[in-house]
Design a protein around this ligand. Structure first.
Ligand code: ATP
Length: 445
C-alpha cells in the first residue's frame, strides 16, 4: 500500500466542470449546437450518481416509513393549480435590463453582474426593477389562445396537494402522514449560473407531511433532524453543512417557519434544501379553488380541520453538485505521483466495482466475474492499458473497488481487490467477491 502524503479538496469550480464533461458526469445540453443556458445533460456516470441519490432518498423517506406514500404526478397540472398556489400572481423575481449590453440580471444579484461590454467605462445602464414571472408556459391542444395556457410545474409539491384526498383514501392513511415525490421542475431563471446550481430545468424530491395544527412544532423539528441525518450520510462533513433559519422578513407569506439546509460550495454557502412549515395554506387554497372539501374529520374527536403541512424540499441536482464537490480529493502520493480521487460514499458511487484482468489472456474468468457482479451492481470492465492507468481512471470515476484477475487466479481461485481510498489490496475468493463488495457499498445488504 502506498501512503498518501498530502490531499487537497476542490478549490475552483472550473476543475469540477471540466472533470464532469471529460468523464461524462454532467455536460451542457445540446452541446453540439453550442449549448442552451440553464439546461444540463447527465452522462453515464452522472445518471448513475443521480439515480443512486434518488433511490437513497426514496428508501429513507418512503420505503422505510409506514406513514409516507409515494406518487409520480404529471408535470403539467390544471392551470388553476398555479392560481390557487399563488404562483401566477407571486412567483417572480425582480429583474433589471442593461440598456447598453441588453443583458438581463436579477435585481438582488447586481454585485455579480460584472462589467458591461458596451457601457461607458464598463458600467451597466440599468432600467428600474420590474417583476418577471419564473414559470415556463406552454399551450395545450391545437389553439394558442389564453384558454390553452398551461405551465410546466415550478415545484413538485403542488400536484401532491391536488392528489391529497385521493391518496389518503386509497392508502387508508390517517393524519399524521406524508406524500412524497421526485420529479422535474422548471423555472425560467433570469440568470442560471454556478454550473447546475441554478438551472431552468431541475429535479426536486419533496415530502409534504400532513399533521394536526397542535403537532406542527414536533414534526417540524423531527423532519429537520431526519434531513440533516440524510445529508451527513451523503458524506458531507460538519464544516460544509449548516442550517439557517429564515428571518421573519424572508418567510413566504403563508409560511410559519422555514429552515434552509446549506452547503459550503466553492462559490460560498448556498441552500440545497428547505424545510418549511407551510401551515394550512395549500389545502385551504386548493379546497377553495377546486370547490372540494380537503379538510379532515378526526374519527375519534370528530373535529373537522385542515391539516398543517410540514415540507422538506431538496434539489436533486444541487445535492449531486454538493456530492461531487465533497467527494473531490487531489492527492500527492509518496514518490511524487498525483491522483484525483472522487471519494463517493459506496451507496452513491456510479460504478461499484471495476473488473480489470491483468492480461487479455485472462478475459474468460474476468468476464465471468464481471457478469456475476453485474447482476447486483453497476460494474465496469476494462482490459486496456497499464494497470496503474486503469486504477487512476477508476479513482476519477469514484469506483470504490477494483478487482484484478491475475495469473495466480487460476491456481488459488482468488482475485485482488483494491480499495479506492486506502489503495490497500486484499486477496478475496472469486465466489466471495460479490458479497465482499455488497457488504461495503450497501450496508443494508
Ligand atoms: P433559491 O432561493 O436558491 O432560488 P428557492 O428557495 O426558490 O431557491 P425552493 O423553492 O425552496 O428554492 O426549492 C427547493 C429546492 O429546490 C432548493 O433548495 C433547491 O435545492 C432546488 N432548486 C430551486 N430552484 C432551483 C434551480 N433553479 N436550479 C436547481 N435547483 C433548484
Amino acid at each position: 500500500m502506498t501512503a498518501q502524503s498530502k490531499s487537497r479538496s476542490l478549490e475552483r469550480m472550473e476543475d469540477l466542470v471540466s472533470l464532469c464533461a471529460r468523464r461524462g458526469f454532467i455536460f451542457q445540453s445540446s452541446e453540439i449546437y453550442g449549448g442552451i443556458n440553464g439546461f444540463w445533460d447527465y452522462g453515464p456516470l452522472g445518471t448513475e450518481l443521480k439515480s443512486n441519490l434518488k433511490s437513497l432518498w426514496w428508501q429513507r423517506i418512503v420505503r422505510e416509513r409506514a406513514d409516507v406514500e409515494g406518487i409520480d404526478s404529471a408535470i403539467i397540472a390544471h392551470p388553476r393549480t398555479w392560481e390557487a398556489s399563488g404562483h401566477v400572481e407571486h412567483f417572480s423575481d425582480p429583474m433589471v435590463d442593461c440598456r447598453a449590453c441588453k443583458k438581463r440580471f436579477r435585481a438582488d444579484q447586481l454585485d455579480d453582474a460584472g462589467s458591461c461590454r458596451d457601457g461607458d467605462d464598463g458600467k451597466h445602464d440599468f432600467t428600474p426593477p420590474r417583476n418577471f414571472n419564473l414559470m415556463l408556459r406552454t399551450h395545450i391542444g391545437a389553439s394558442e389562445d389564453a384558454g390553452s395556457i398551461a405551465y410546466l410545474r415550478a415545484e413538485t409539491c403542488q400536484p401532491i396537494f391536488n392528489d391529497f384526498k385521493r391518496v389518503r383514501e386509497a392508502s387508508r392513511q390517517k393524519i399524521p402522514f406524508g406524500i412524497a415525490q421526485i420529479g422535474k421542475a422548471f423555472r425560467n431563471e433570469i440568470n442560471p449560473r454556478n454550473f447546475t446550481f441554478r438551472s431552468r430545468e431541475f429535479e426536486q424530491a419533496e415530502l409534504e407531511y400532513f399533521c394536526h395544527p397542535s403537532e406542527r412544532e414536533r414534526w417540524f423539528a423531527h423532519w429537520q433532524q431526519e434531513r440533516l441525518r440524510f445529508h451527513r450520510d451523503l458524506g458531507f462533513d460538519e464544516e460544509h453543512l449548516r442550517t439557517r433559519p429564515h428571518g421573519a422578513d424572508e418567510l413566504a407569506h403563508y409560511a410559519r417557519a422555514a429552515v434552509d439546509v446549506e452547503f459550503l460550495f466553492p462559490f460560498g454557502w448556498q441552500e440545497i434544501e428547505g424545510v418549511h412549515d407551510r401551515g394550512d395554506w395549500d389545502l385551504s387554497r386548493h379546497g377553495e379553488y377546486s370547490g372540494k372539501d380537503l379538510a379532515i374529520t378526526d374519527p375519534e374527536t370528530k373535529e373537522h380541520y385542515v391539516p398543517v403541512v410540514i415540507e422538506t424540499s431538496v434539489g436533486i441536482d444541487r445535492t449531486c453538485l454538493a456530492i461531487l464537490v465533497s467527494a473531490w480529493c487531489e492527492e500527492e502520493l509518496e514518490g511524487g505521483d498525483k491522483r484525483l480521487v472522487m471519494r463517493f460514499p459506496g451507496a452513491l458511487a456510479p460504478i461499484k466495482a471495476a473488473v480489470l484482468p491483468l492480461s487479455k489472456k485472462l478475459a474468460e474468468p474476468a468476464q465471468r466475474l464481471a457478469q456475476d457482479l453485474r447482476r447486483r451492481f453497476n460494474v465496469f470492465y476494462d482490459d486496456a492499458g497499464n494497470i496503474g492507468r486503469r486504477y487512476r481512471r477508476q479513482d476519477e470515476a469514484g469506483t470504490p473497488f477494483c478487482v484484478t484477475i491475475d495469473f495466480d487466479t487460476a491456481d488459488d481461485g482468488r482475485a485482488t481487490v483494491r480499495d479506492r481510498d486506502t489503495m490497500g489490496q486484499e486477496r478475496v475468493p472469486l465466489e466471495g467477491v460479490a458479497a465482499w463488495v455488497a457488504e461495503r457499498v450497501d450496508p443494508g445488504s
